[in-house]
Ligand binder design. Sequence first.
Ligand code: G6P
Length: 614
Amino acid sequence: MCGIVGYVGQRSALDVVMSGLRRLEYRGYDSAGVALVDNGGLVTAKKAGKLLNLDAELAARPLPESHTGIGHTRWATHGAPNDRNAHPHLDESGRIAVVHNGIIENFAALRAELEASGHEMQSDTDTEIVAHLLHDELKRTPDLSDAVRAVCQRLEGAFTLVICDADHPDVVVGARRNSPLVVGRGEGENFLGSDVAAFIEFTRDAIELGQDQVVTITPTDVVITDFFGEPVETTEYHVDWDVSAAEKGGFEWFMLKEIDEQPQAVADTLLGRHSSDGRLQLDEMRLSDDELREVDRIIVVACGTASYAALVAKYAIEHWTRIPCEVELASEFRYRDPILDRSTLVVAISQSGETMDTLMAIRYARRQKARVLSICNTNGSTIPRESDAVLYTHAGPEIAVASTKGFLSQVVACYLLALYIAQVKGTKYGDEIAAILQEIEKIPAGIQRMLDEGDQVRKLATELAGSRSILFLGRHVGYPVALEGALKLKELAYIHAEGFAAGELKHGPIAVVEEGLPVFVIVPPKGRDQLQEKTVSSIQEVRARGARTIVLVEDGDDDVVPYADHVIRLPKVPTLLQPLVATVPLQIFACEFASQLGHDVDQPRNLAKSVTVE
Ligand code: G6P
């Protein structure tokens, strides 16, 4: 949510900042802007709307060559998404430029104070006050970093700030509390970015910035302190993917590329995590086996698609570990006063590792003495940094706003965790775990098959592209798949789409079924608690009321055929693994459906990939 870039070095700062913003645009696209230090002054360009509008502005009114600059792509919080509220924001002398991600919670009081002392605001944003506060602070100290530290001490809420100053032409200063910021280290140049994608084209050497820290970059130096100027220990790391992973690579949309990458993403999540005899080793996890043995309750917290991965995982966690497992939306979790203690394991799932609701949930859980393990795709991000333990998904960067490979790899990581706990607690025999792992290892091939058979789904999406409402039904692990299928369609196509537990149909949702309504149904594999039979009955019930049924069912199950207008075949896999193959056609469907409507699939309206406000 909001992408931020800063650069000092020998290259054209505008080129570096714009290429960074292009890679960060998934974080917000309400407006974009840049500020460059130019010959004792600052020059800026900013435009409402997507980065393309800023490109056009820069083409019409080129900025001078500069080697120091900052940039921003916005997801609006305070103030409408127009040119006036676009970042960067300047102080009244035009000397200081600020970009910001987050929400400054005490901005109203600070704004009133500034206005009372004669400052005139040019925008409705919370950000602008920082430029004015810095203006005043720089009268007291000549040092920009000192001034930033002093201002940060006065701010409440969440903020990443990146600042440049016409009077310090070779310096960019960044600060962070609660929102993300990373440093990219180059030769004779340094970078700041909301995530490493911002500078991956130029360097893969990064430094994590901790909570309440200020970083000062010059072409040759990186200095990091806390808000009081004390030096802090830093963690450097090398990014294990390169620029090609953050490019479309010939696909029309990032989302299509990421759907296509799912066999690899799942394989990479499994890689190196078990021996050939099925013994799991989760080396990076940081929780000892003794600590895991003490766990008597698991609560999974997450948002959006990650929360559906959690709902899938709950079935496996309880079945394999025999530990009670609850799933809770991170945004609700801490407000219901949950009962937690040292033997509760809170599992936080987050692709980005920066979702504020999830971060606040784990901070709460740790304050209540629960142990926190995060499942995350982004190395060095805040949620794993603040967890007791982490399991990375290794799916590679996910750029499309709607999560796809993130979801499948999260489910797989949860399964690895559940099996590991089962191994440690002895709730499954070693050979049983080995057999399950063998089945999971076959899943990338199953996903590949669903991709290879994607044309029938695309054709169906074209046929149904006029629909204004679509339902999804599932039972057991198929229920969260139905929720995810509906969410993808809402996110991308902006139509009414809902997922229901098939068994609940008769308790209400069936009332909305009418002639021609498309209803997707995920049919469980045969042989488990009559779930298949019961789902077949649900298909009949909606069909009898005129629905157009699209049935996802495993190979060889022909019971549904008489009641299906369209059959999508799934490979035969164990029940708990079916979501890993059944979700894929629903992703393809939503992507194609939205393309048919002419929507921007990668950047759906009103959304942002990484939501760093509560
Ligand atoms: C946003 C995105 C969703 C994503 C959710 C959780 O709402 O639009 O696609 O599922 O955040 O993101 P996380 O990074 O925590 O998995």
